[in-house]
Write a protein that binds this ligand. Structure first.
Ligand code: NAD
Length: 454
């Protein structure tokens, strides 16, 4: 690991990665390599958790290709200096910001979208002119092996290297000194990463998780929004960091809502062989999920199969804050439904918990929308939609508080892996004496006058 790091440091110091032409060429190459390996990666994801090909293409590849195209197009523009205004006190002068790459970046990926959560930050790091060491998740080991092979056979490790492994290898990686660490995963491991980074004062981006609420107001268009909720909750069998974790539905429409929910789940026919579902990633995750099902509150589903690591979409009703399912992020196909009479109850509950990664609000009311979006803090979200805020590269993606720090995607990703050097550039043909000693009364009143006009 130290050897790779040293190789990358010396490549970075050679300044080659700083050239926008080099960056664009590497991104184009990565796009070609990804396209060539697409069938192999789709197979590997299927081996890891039986996710169907279209499902994987939709949720992993389409976004990556869009981001790649956006970076290829925009790198020349984003890597230029940005002008800033010069204040009166400093005139005459030019002010500007120079985006510079940070250096050697460690990127640690999660298993639930093993291709895109590993490679999307890599694209941003390369676009910004850095070198990359990627550690994909050991849990989706087939996918990680293909990623490692694909990168090793196409990129020099002094520029882009993949290190495979689990806790021990990640711990060893974290002992080294990087210029940036980008981590996607759980809150618990996020804290370990943050502490490791603190030893070297390395900047970090933490893309973590949490319990993301969905709030359904009495005026919500149930015909449409229940479809959207069912799609987003059971995508990847609920193993999505921004999946709606639980629903708070207005008491007055609970029956209608549940009837529609049940109908939509039946209509989708979630099954491993139907290209619309996924296995629960490990037996221990399935066991954890089983423990969250309270038979007394079971409204729909609840069946599972250990050998095939399958759990059917499961809905719990009459759920209260003290139920086990409301403790931690569910990360599986269990949908707890809570009811409310007054939006204040919902707001105060959400605010009493760690700040969520996402929040989804279903309403036609502008005033309710403004109220919830103003009063509740969360990473990002959607109104009358779920998950798709992630698919707009113009919206920076990230958490706040316990759900993470920093953001990426599109230009935000470029900025996440850059430092903006502030420069004040002065000509030498003008030299006011104001700042120089000796200090006199006329200098003081002139300065105060200038400040009044600044
Ligand atoms: P995880 O935290 O268990 O693992 C993430 C990475 O950390 C893996 O590469 C793993 O090898 C490494 N790791 C695990 N334990 C470690 C330890 N003790 N020391 C050092 N490294 C260690 O997360 P996961 O199970 O892969 O992913 C699920 C979690 O990730 C969920 O909480 C989910 O919400 C979150 N997530 C967040 C996002 C996001 O973009 N915000 C995306 C996907 C997943």
């Amino acid at each position: 690991m130290k050897e790779i790091l040293d190789l990358q440091k010396s490549l970075f110091d050679s300044n080659i990665t700083k050239s926008p032409t080099f960056r664009v060429a590497q991104l184009k190459k990565l796009k070609r390599v990804l396209k060539d390996h697409e069938p192999e990666l789709l197979n590997a994801v299927h081996k890891d958790f039986m996710k169907g090909q279209f499902n994987t293409f939709l949720t992993e590849f389409s976004g990556l290709y869009l981001e790649l195209d956006s970076y290829i197009k925009n790198v020349p523009k984003w890597s230029k200096s940005e002008r800033a205004k010069t204040n009166l006190l400093n005139l005459p002068a030019k002010s500007y910001l120079i985006p510079e790459p940070l250096g050697v970046c460690l990127i640690i990926g999660a298993w639930n979208y093993p291709v895109s959560l590993s490679l999307a930050p890599v694209l941003a790091a390369i676009a910004a002119g850095n070198t990359v060491i990627l550690k994909p998740s050991e849990i989706t080991n087939h996918t990680s092996a293909v990623i490692a092979k694909m990168i090793r056979s196409n990129f020099d490790p002094s520029f882009f290297a993949v290190v495979q492994g689990g806790v021990q290898e990640t711990t060893d990686l974290l002992a080294q000194h990087y210029d940036k660490i980008f981590f996607t995963g759980s809150v618990a491991v996020g804290k370990i990463v943050y502490q490791a980074a603190a030893r070297h004062l390395t900047p970090v981006t933490l893309e973590l998780g949490g319990k993301s609420p969905a709030i359904v107001a009495p005026d919500a268009n149930l015909n449409i929004i229940v479809k959207r909720l069912v799609w987003g909750k059971f995508l990847n069998a609920g193993q999505t960091c921004i999946a709606p974790d639980y629903v708070y539905v207005h008491k007055s429409i609970e029956d209608q809502f549940l009837a529609r929910l049940s109908k939509e789940i039946d209509h989708a026919q979630f099954a491993l062989e139907k290209d619309n579902y996924a296995q629960i990633i490990t037996t221990s995750h399935l066991e954890r999920l089983i423990r969250l099902i309270d038979e007394q509150k079971l409204f729909k589903g609840g069946r599972y199969d250990m050998p095939s690591r399958f759990m059917e979409p499961t809905v719990l009703t009459g759920v209260t804050h003290s139920d086990k399912v409301m403790e931690d992020e569910i990360f599986g196909p269990i949908f707890p439904i809570l009811t409310y009479n007054n939006i204040e109850e919902v707001i105060s509950f959400v605010k009493s918990r760690p700040k969520p990664l996402a929040l989804y609000l279903f309403t036609e009311s502008n005033s309710l929308r403004k109220k919830v979006l103003t009063e509740v803090s969360f990473g990002g979200g959607a109104v009358n939609e779920v998950i798709l805020q992630f698919a707009n590269e113009n919206l920076p993606f990230g958490g706040v508080g316990q759900s993470g720090m920093g953001a990426y995607h599109g230009e935000a990703g470029f900025r996440c892996f850059s430092h903006y050097k502030s420069i004040l550039q002065k000509p030498t043909w003008f030299e006011p004496t104001l700042k120089y000693y000796p200090y006199k009364r006329w200098k003081e009143s002139l300065l105060k006058n200038i400040l009044r006009f600044s």
